[in-house]
Design a protein around this ligand. Structure first.
Ligand SMILES: O=C(O)c1cc(C(=O)O)c2c(n1)C(=O)C(=O)c1cc(C(=O)O)[nH]c1-2
Length: 571
């Protein structure tokens, strides 16, 4: 939506502040993409899930690995893209023990000659892109409390925006802004607790009555439950310079067992709009009040302008884990539409008058009981894997999954730095049996334009270009290019490991268009391979192992950077 400074670069994970993941480059198009050739293959030597978006700026490609979060900088101005420098942040090893879902990292962000990254052990670091020299490092949290950092930072108005992880360990969630020049913490906004901690003041104007009130971050919890109540901010953050608002989602409340936390559990599992200068909250909308199934609210909000029922509206598109594709007025937080884009048994719709999600009472987990056919399961209709928007086709390209689950719920005690869940899951394929879907969604007409079935969950990001080509990867290792208009497969490449990374495209100094993606299976969905989990234990890996028993025979672990172009290797 907002044009990037240089269309040939890819400065932040979402490409532009609105997270469209759309590139205006069109050298590679639907007619010639079948001729793509490998231009660079770089094994990272790291066996964990590779979720990062390569970042392109200053003729440099910057890649962050999973723990130990090594940064590789490639010189795009030289033939063959040789390494320019590497940087090892040497994070504390114990951080691996508290990461919920593999030891992933979703990549860094570039601004003004600097590269910003988060390490699993809770540091945000700034590097000089020319030299790889560390400029500053700020510690933001404690491993012993169960905190980690996995998200890709955003940069807005000279600030680096970072959110924590640890919603499965009773971590109290926050979003923090650091001064990009010095690393000083400018503000921190908690998701739970009194208004002063949540940075709620006189300018907080939620659209729906259910989200209005004083100190709801305390009053919607039993006792002091808000102190260990989750609401982390581990997803992508979007920024609208015109509205001067940041948008991001908060994670699930802790523990998962809903009987232990009666109330709405504000401000978890919802979307915040905040001012980047002060962190002050402007609106909030709770997608899943009193979240019953770990649906979170962290999925990306893509900022687009739409012709909506006769008027031009500034909206955000938010494909939530709870199964609904929300079209919201991003200036007010009003829900204009909430349409299921996956199979759902846990609710029967969203009331557009009150904003309330209509839960199906038959699917409410109760302590001591087993609840069956919870659809979507806890990873939701879509997890963290980000969608892409094309202003040409006016479609949102959503990589996602089709999974249901049975859940056994029990009482859990809080012990700092250990799982605070109280639910054992067993995930399995949803209707049709295919575990993955790639959906092109038309938000104006609130329907699918086309859809591709995939065997495994589609756990990679999506990329769309002005050449009307959409790219995504599969967990069994295919990197695919499909026609943005109809989903027809145009090209595919089989990589050495399953793909859960975020594909990007850029123009090299030689004028050629390149496409880059990381392979390296893992994350929550691929933990059976990257973590070597035992397929006989159905509840292993948070219950995901049960749905992925055939993944180890379809791919193997290992990180690889692949770069493609029409003419092959960079000259
Ligand atoms: O609540 C949290 O703090 C938190 C953190 C993370 C993470 O940091 O990776 C995930 C989740 N929750 C989560 O619910 C989830 O489904 C998930 C999947 C993945 C992944 O990388 O595959 N991470 C996470």
């Amino acid at each position: 939506q907002q044009p990037a400074a240089d269309a040939g670069d890819w400065p932040t994970a979402g490409k532009d502040p609105g997270l469209t993941r759309f590139s205006s480059l069109a050298q590679i198009n639907a007619g010639n993409v079948a001729q793509l050739k490998l231009a660079l293959h770089f094994p990272t030597g790291n066996d964990r899930g590779h979720e990062a978006a390569p970042i392109i700026a200053d003729n440099t490609m910057l890649v962050v690995t999973p723990f130990p979060n090594v940064v590789y900088a490639f010189d795009l101005a030289k033939p063959g893209f040789p390494l320019k420098w590497t940087y090892d942040p040497k994070p504390e090893r114990s951080s691996q023990g508290v990461a919920c879902c593999d030891t992933v990292n979703r990549g860094g962000a570039y601004a003004d000659g600097r590269f910003f990254l988060n390490t699993l052990d809770n540091n945000t670091i700034a590097l000089d892109v020319k030299t790889g020299k560390e400029l500053w490092r700020t510690k933001l949290g404690e491993i012993k409390d169960g905190q980690t950092l996995t998200m890709a930072p955003q940069v807005a108005k000279g600030k680096v925006i970072v959110g924590n992880s640890g919603g499965e360990l009773g971590v109290r969630g926050w979003l923090t802004a650091l001064d990009a020049a010095t690393g000083r913490i400018v503000w921190r906004a908690y998701a739970t607790g009194p208004d002063k901690d949540v940075l709620i003041g006189p300018n907080f104007k939620p659209f729906y009555a259910a989200d209005r009130g004083t100190d709801l971050g305390v009053k919607t919890w039993p006792g002091e439950g808000w102190k260990i109540g989750g609401g982390t901010a581990w997803g992508f953050v979007s920024y609208d310079p015109e509205q001067d608002l940041l948008y991001y989602g908060t994670s699930n409340p802790g523990p998962w067992n809903p009987d232990q936390r009666p109330g709405d559990n504000k401000y978890t599992s919802g979307i915040f709009a905040r001012r980047p200068d002060t962190g002050e909250a402007v609106w909030y909308y709770q997608t899943s009040p009193h979240d019953l199934h770990d649906y979170d609210g962290v999925n990306e909000s893509v900022l687009v302008d739409l012709d909506w029922q006769g008027t031009r509206r500034k909206v955000l598109l938010h494909p939530d884990r709870n199964g609904y594709l929300y079209v919201m007025d991003r200036t007010t937080g009003q829900v204009l539409a909430a349409t299921p884009y996956g199979y759902t048994t846990t609710s029967s719709g969203v009331d557009l008058q009150t904003g309330a999600l209509r839960y199906n009472p038959a699917k409410t987990p109760r302590t001591g009981e087993t609840t069956r056919s919870i659809c979507p399961g806890s990873p939701g209709a879509k997890d963290w894997q980000p969608s892409a928007w094309s202003p040409r086709t006016k479609l949102l390209y959503i990589p996602h999954q089709n999974l249901c689950q049975d859940a056994i719920t029990y009482e859990v005690s809080y012990i700092a730095g250990t799982p605070f869940v109280g639910v054992d899951l067993k995930l399995y394929p949803g209707p049709g049996g295919n575990r993955g879907l790639f959906t092109a969604w038309d938000p104006v007409n609130q329907r699918k334009a086309w859809q591709i079935d995939e065997k495994f969950p589609v756990w990679s990001g999506a990329l769309v270009t002005a050449g009307d080509v959409v790219f995504y990867g599969t967990m069994d290792g295919y990197f695919k290019a499909v026609d943005a208009r109809n989903g027809h497969l145009l090209w595919q490449f089989k990589g050495e490991s399953g793909i859960i990374g975020q594909p990007v495209t850029f123009r090299g100094p030689d004028g050629q268009q390149y496409v880059a993606v990381l392979a390296g299976v893992g994350g929550w969905a691929g933990a059976i391979v990257s973590g070597g989990l035992d397929p006989r234990d159905a509840t292993a890996g948070g219950g995901f192992v049960n749905a992925m028993r055939d993944l180890p025979s379809a791919t193997r672990k290992g990180g690889h950077l692949y770069v493609f172009s029409l003419n092959g290797a960079a000259k």
